[in-house]
Design a protein around this ligand. Sequence first.
Ligand SMILES: Nc1ncnc2c1ncn2[C@@H]1O[C@H](COP(=O)(O)OP(=O)(O)O)[C@@H](O)[C@H]1O
Ligand SMILES: [Mg+2]
Length: 526
Amino acid sequence: MEKNLYGEQIGSVIGETSPIQILFIVENTRSRPRLGEYIVVDYGGDYGFRERYVLGMIESISSGNPLAPESFSNPHVLPRLRLYDETRTRTYMRGTARLLSYVSTLVSRKPFVETPKTPPPPLSIVYRAGRELLEKIFSNKGRGWVRIGVLASHPDVPYSVNVNYIVQRHLAILAVTGAGKSNTVALLVTRIVGGLGGTALVFDMHSEYSSSQLGVKTSVIEPALNPLYLDTSEFLQLLRIPSNAWRQELVFREALKKTKESILSGEAMPSSFFELLRSYAREYGGVGRKRSEWERAVSSVINKIDDLYDRYRHIFRYDIGSNLSSIIRPGYLNIMDLGGVDEDTADVVVHHYLRRLYYERRRYLRGEGGYPDPILVVIEEAHVLVPRNESRVTKYWVSRIAREGRKFGIGLCLVSQRPKAIDENALSQTNNKIILRLVEPNDLRYVQYASEYLSDELLKMLPGLNIGEAIVFGLMAPLPAVVKIDQCTGKSGGRDIDAVSEWGSRASRDNSVLRIVEETHDLAGF
Ligand SMILES: Nc1ncnc2c1ncn2[C@@H]1O[C@H](COP(=O)(O)OP(=O)(O)O)[C@@H](O)[C@H]1O
Ligand SMILES: [Mg+2]
């Protein structure tokens, strides 16, 4: 085993050391250690195997030459200096590395991270971590692990995450627009559905996923709901009946109860839902005295019902059954296409299905029927439906599922390009994070505040990441790492629009535009 731990020797520990960070000098500059690369520090033979080898990550690297110091001020000698052989040989590189864990605990049968307690002796040898070791740590192929990419610093080492921990402890995918969030979602859900036979539900705010060919069993759901299955509290919120308007509430409750009874008993058609609701509300006689107050409450409720109907009638369907599994199909990638509805409507729809999933999963676990499959629910544009300072009905269920979801097998994945606008409570409940390029200082601060494991050094790397590169951490991850996320084949909906070639192909069909283009070229002296 020990032989396979490390690759080539790259340097030695120098200066005063600590159990957290080391300074090392590179002995062979041709070995070119790189930022983010993993190293193994050999503490030496005085230590047993358990504490002898420590895995670290290079956090900074610099190069210098005593013949070209910062104070150098005589440019005339430079040509001669470059020719002088010793100049080259005196170029040195040195770097700092963070010590992450004993290797022995990372490769044990039940791997865990244990940071070293003692500093390495000065002059300890620093090796590049070997591929076999890195694969053992990062490329778990066991049950429940899925590959999402490769280590950015070691592209031959696959990086896997544990899906159970995603469902139990939730996930946030955060980055600026165009950095690769939707690609990451597409990759994850296709690996979960296609690879593990799992179930996922994506609330697709921009119809990106519904228009993609992801190569797994997919069911696109229209954003619709049957008012028969809205519960009283959902109605009260949608109707905007304030909690102190007890007369209105009573009128509505009674009307809703009678409406549901009439329809469920088969007496009335489901499509007459709103008609019935109005007429039962109108019939309401009130209790006790203050007749005029009751009359006012009744007409107020009827107005509110009319208003609700006008606002949301395009999403009401009376033929949707009560069986959630026929809408959100187990074993499928379910995509609810919210691209065509406004934010208020999306809020109502997402809220409704989250609530039903929650209760149905609870019923299932009590053996009372319900929804049979654990599920990963992805909320794109989470800052819209789970905002920090605005009120949204979805927020309640997201927070509740974030808190309790693991008991019921409902995992949440919040996706956003504006992390600082997401509800603090919900975001900090997501133990796992995939953070791609993120630049805005307030976003960075907020993300660090809401993350358990994000060190200052990792935070500093975020603005410099390339497209598809991410810092991945949380319980689902073996160790925090910079990962190059795989590109998901088939994902097409989110592709950036190539405006120039679209204009161009229209322009080539359109002579008048072509002429103008030519004239402009003439003017510019072409
Ligand atoms: N892991 C990746 N590898 C290579 N290219 C990627 C990767 N992720 C994203 N891209 C490219 O970047 C574009 C934008 O990605 P997308 O996932 O839609 O970003 P976001 O959802 O963050 O706005 C994609 O069309 C794709 O071409
Ligand atoms: Mg996107």
